[in-house]
Design a protein around this ligand. Sequence first.
Ligand SMILES: *[C@@H]1O[C@H](CO)[C@@H](O)[C@H](O)[C@H]1NC(C)=O
Ligand SMILES: *[C@@H]1O[C@H](CO)[C@@H](O)[C@H](O)[C@H]1NC(C)=O
Length: 438
Amino acid sequence: MAGARLGQWLFVLVCAVMLLKAAGLPVGITYVHSAVAKGAVCLDGSPPAYHLDKGYGSGINNWLVHIEGGGWCNNITTCLVRKNNRLGSSKKMLKEIAFSGILNGRHMFNPDFYNWNRVKVRYCDGASFTGDVAAVNLATGLFFRGARIFRAVIEDLLAKGMGKAKNAMLSGCSAGGLASILHCDNFHALLPVGAKVKCVSDAGYFINAKDVSGARHVEQFFSQVVATHGSGKNLPPSCTSKLSPGLCFFPQYFASQIRTPMFYVNAAYDSWQIKNILAPGVADPHGTWQNCKLDITHCKPTQLKTMQDFRAQFLSAIGGVSGSRSKGMFIDSCYAHCQTELQETWLMPDSPVLNKTTIAKAVGDWFYDRTPFQKIDCPYPCNPTCHNRNFDPNHHQHSNFAKMSRKKEFPWLLLIFVHLLGFPIFHGCCWSSFDFGV
Ligand SMILES: *[C@@H]1O[C@H](CO)[C@@H](O)[C@H](O)[C@H]1NC(C)=O
Ligand SMILES: *[C@@H]1O[C@H](CO)[C@@H](O)[C@H](O)[C@H]1NC(C)=O
């Protein structure tokens, strides 16, 4: 009996250790103190920050700059909330984070970028690094300086060796994926002449669609973000010369003008877009979409029909960027959000594939010009490699984790961590013993 128990515990321990290995080693935070003098500060006035894991060997002059996501704040009220959390203040950020997926430092989990200099830029301005209001609101103490932060962080990295980069890639997920699209050409312009520079947007192609009540909810929301942060002057001029600045926050109105090669990784049924653009709470007062939003398998046929229409709008909005070999596209039909940061969706034996190709391989082949990649999945539910898990790293993980730890449910915390990493080769080990629905 005792032996069996000990065996079980060893088993759990071994699983946990292997999972931690997959998650990558923790990488410490760097505060960009020099940015403060340039007025490049987080919402609360604290210095911006990033995590840097140094490159080595053949990757020593290669730089991956990955931008964290986390929604936006659209007015004083919502920005004041952020001022007191990690999305608006570097004082509230964890000092160490684990690098996984596209940031993973291990060859087997990230064969093309593991030995690059890998940077995760922390998100703390609330407007995808586009804001720039010179005046500080004395009553609220809020700073809207995202665009300055972006520049100050890149300048700091250039001084730390990126100024000698041979290869450089700007990427990001969600609001960070949008920042990667918005800043792609700016990033390219700051890198040395002759460097190979490309950008990847993961779950950053937010579309201007009507919600289920017929209202233009996201259009209004983005125009409030742009107005609050004074973002207009930092949005692509090719767009703002023709359309209102709020519209120029949507990639569909300027993506075709981007000169630097871009790769779009996006689920056609991006779970954040379904929840917040298609069926936001305000458009669904009776909560009829609630179960469907939490789990796509619970959607009613009429809701699935609405989601298929959303996919059609998404494909039409992103269609304008195809054609050129320099553009990459991995548009799967999974119910997902942010697939490059999660090891499970980036590169694992059961990761989603299009034409038998994982996201890691598609992006790597495209970056190194081995093979172009532009694939759009067949409609849901045709792709058996989708996990369709309702996981949203920027919008739920944090709050759920906070709630969990308050309740001292540490074992559950660990298990959820296991689940998030979704380590398939352990489905037969850790997984089957602790299956539960998240
Ligand atoms: C701020 O935005 C939020 C989210 O859209 C909204 O619920 C709230 O009413 C707005 N507050 C003000 C003061 O406009
Ligand atoms: C799928 O990938 C293979 C190479 O792995 C390529 O030869 C083939 O053309 C691709 N198929 C499609 C439909 O793109």
